[in-house]
Design a protein around this ligand. Structure first.
Ligand code: ADP
Length: 247
């Protein structure tokens, strides 16, 4: 028996207006994969992510998460989401530990966190290397530290799938590599990683599989084949060097 895919899109088409933004997308992501979606601005990456997370419903085709239709999937804790520019809301100057505790809420409802919940929270903070900053307000963190705190929140929720949308935009260069090393170790521990990324170096250095998107899927395969195939240049008609990124 084959394992239920984490994500399964079958012939998905969607448009905000009559003309489709993504067309006939079929994509299966299995547990444990590390997949990057690349493509220039406006190629439909964020739309595809919203479709697979059930935030948008396909006009045609089906989207499934852990075997269930994405739009009715309600085990939110299974999915950790790290947005671009994870912003530090000045109105809510809460600490790293408080952010990470939120990851436990789907497990405890409105009840109090047990000792075991607090242990899981501390472990998540330690895994992302933020123990020394646990009591610091997220408004006082660097961009990279803040993204780690959001990853820890997902780990505290015991997420099986981590979805990251250009997570290192605005993160200082020295912290970027360490951030991707953290993702590598999380993937090695069994977490499925779906990364939307414009930094092709990060993709080719870390992801195992690449999906190249421009309304349709232009390439879907192992990262080394992606590099050899020059898929981005073929898809978009312009040479896109690794140094230049996909923007
Ligand atoms: P990417 O993430 O690759 O930059 P998007 O999925 O954000 O691409 O956008 C794909 C296309 O859909 C673009 O032409 C964009 O202008 C359009 N689009 C995105 N969001 C909306 C929206 N909420 N309403 C109308 N059009 C949208």
């Amino acid at each position: 028996m084959t394992e239920t895919p984490v994500v399964e899109l079958d012939d998905v088409t969607f448009g905000y207006t009559a003309s489709p933004v993504v067309s006939d997308i079929s994509l299966r992501i299995d547990a444990g994969e590390y997949l990057a979606i690349v493509g220039p601005n406006g190629s439909g990456k964020s739309t595809l992510m919203k479709l697979l997370l059930g935030l948008l419903r396909p006009d045609a085709g089906t989207a499934r998460l852990f075997g269930e239709p994405s739009h009715t999937f309600d085990e939110g804790a299974k999915i950790g989401y790290v947005a671009q520019h994870a912003s530090a809301s000045k109105e809510m100057p809460i600490t790293v530990r408080e952010v990470v505790k939120m990851g436990r809420f789907p497990h405890v409802g409105f009840g109090r966190l047990s000792e075991e919940d607090n242990r899981i929270v501390d472990e998540a903070i330690e895994t992302v290397g933020m123990t020394a900053f646990a009591n610091r307000r997220v408004t006082q963190l660097s961009g990279g530290q803040r993204q780690r705190a959001f990853i820890a929140r997902a780990l505290a929720g015991e997420a099986d799938l981590l979805v990251l949308d250009e997570p290192t935009v605005g993160v200082d260069a020295e912290s970027v590599e360490a951030f991707y090393d953290l993702l590598d170790s999380l993937n090695e521990s069994g977490i499925t990683i779906l990364l939307i990324e414009h930094d092709l170096h990060a993709v080719t250095d870390h992801a195992d599989r690449v999906v190249c998107l421009n309304r349709e899927v232009y390439f879907d395969g192992p990262t080394d084949e992606f590099v050899e195939s020059n898929a981005l240049a073929r898809a978009f008609g312009t040479p896109m060097s690794l140094a230049g990124g996909a923007q």
